[in-house]
Write a protein that binds this ligand. Sequence first.
Ligand code: GLA
Length: 527
Amino acid sequence: MKRNLILYLSLFFLAVIPLTSFSSEKSDQKSNLPSELYTPGPKPEPRINGPLVYGCRPGHPFLYRIPCQGERPISFSVKGLPSGLKLDASTGIISGIVPAKGDYELIIQAKNSKGKDIRKLKIVSGDKLALTPPMGYNHWYAHYDRITDQMMREAADVLINSGMADVGYQYVNIDDCWMNAPKNNDPKRVGPIRNAQGNIIPNSYFPDMKGLTDYIHAKGLKAGIYTSPGTLTCGGFAGAFKHEEQDARQFAAWGFDFLKYDWCSYGHIASGGSPEDKNIPTWGKGAPTLEGYQYPYKLMGDILKKLDRDVVFNLCQYGMGDVWKWGGGVGGHCWRTSGDLGFELDRIFDVALKNSEHREYSKPGEWNDPDYIQIGWIGNANNMGIPELTPMPANMQYAYMSLWCLMAAPLIYSGDMSKLDEFTLNVLCNPEVIEVNQDPLGECGLVIKKSDQTFLMVKNLVDGSKAVGLFNRGKSEAEVEVNWSELEISGKQTVRDLWRQKDLGKYQNKYAAQVPAQGVVMVKIGK
Ligand code: GLA
């Protein structure tokens, strides 16, 4: 209880503190734009992106849209496709039923009038999901309690039309406020919580959940939903308390592929607030014990494993009880390591450095989650505002994305999809930077050589090379250097600038770069 109180008090104080250092200057993003966009535009010939490994469970529905850039029409073909799966050659969508337990090595080819590309993909049919960090969209930081079915469909459209899906974004996730609330300013979000059978009823803005997921799935994308183990969600809408299995089965029947499970009002129960229910253990008065933190997540994790659908399980409880130590053990695929990033957007570097302290718990299928990518048009989290263009300096946005990729964090964009601009897409859609995020080793970068102003973050990659972020948190440009001895490598090494997708040459002993203020240079170093 006390920890909860502290959490919510700190959320409250953060909410009333004057906004971020950059936003108090009210800088116009355009004046912060770098003289060049970092990511080169996609070429006309095909470039297949996406993970090299993909986990799924035998006998469950399978859906995978091959992320691929290049001028359409593109014609796809796949060698090694197990029986039960079929490819739509013009959309690149693979669908069907997950084959028996085992590894299946596919060779994907994409061809258009300008050229072709080939890439391997290993399907791992077993008990693991999210073998690489989930990528997608979540509505929260743009639309809060204004979200509708129509807006989710439009988000799915934009994920495809903007090219985001072509670099790997695939989940289209509804956050809070799709259910009814006992009370709300909007009468159309107030109504019966459950029907006579106890099934949860979506509010009037979500008239057809199955229709919505069908719409998303038809594009080869996946759909996500949100609830709380408590009686109420953080937004005051109906939670799953005492209906956990019924709700999970309903979500699966609707066709959802991802569940965010947000602690919210459960704190009251965990700290002894439900003594009348003999089936729900309570943990005495005061702060929940470790068992108290784990209980609702283990309960839901066990339920999800029994479903006949693959549902990625996203724990959202802000890092309480050192969730990184046990999130995977209760069936979680990713877990928030801190409070809402919407309140701390001026502290991106601090939040990232804190998150990276839990690096030893990052592995395929189990990811530390420092919260969403909030750039472009986002609403002020303090008042659930209407989206405005972020005042975050452009270079800091590249640094933000670099940190999330180096830390193998889930890449979930949470801004207004209807207002995506060229610059925001340039930050979100660099396939070489994203490839670092999706690397099959699943390592979270290690911070080395940290000073007040600069630091290095290093991530080992599956091909034996290393991705290195040279970060500058200061307000002026700085030279940042990485020595081979710090990376435990020697000799001549090829250095490639990942943002510009350009080889910089071979370097002996070290590489040094001028890093812009509050920015990054991100390189790949290898023989
Ligand atoms: C909490 C979560 C957010 C969002 C809101 C919804 O604050 O941390 O990500 O889901 O609840 O109410």
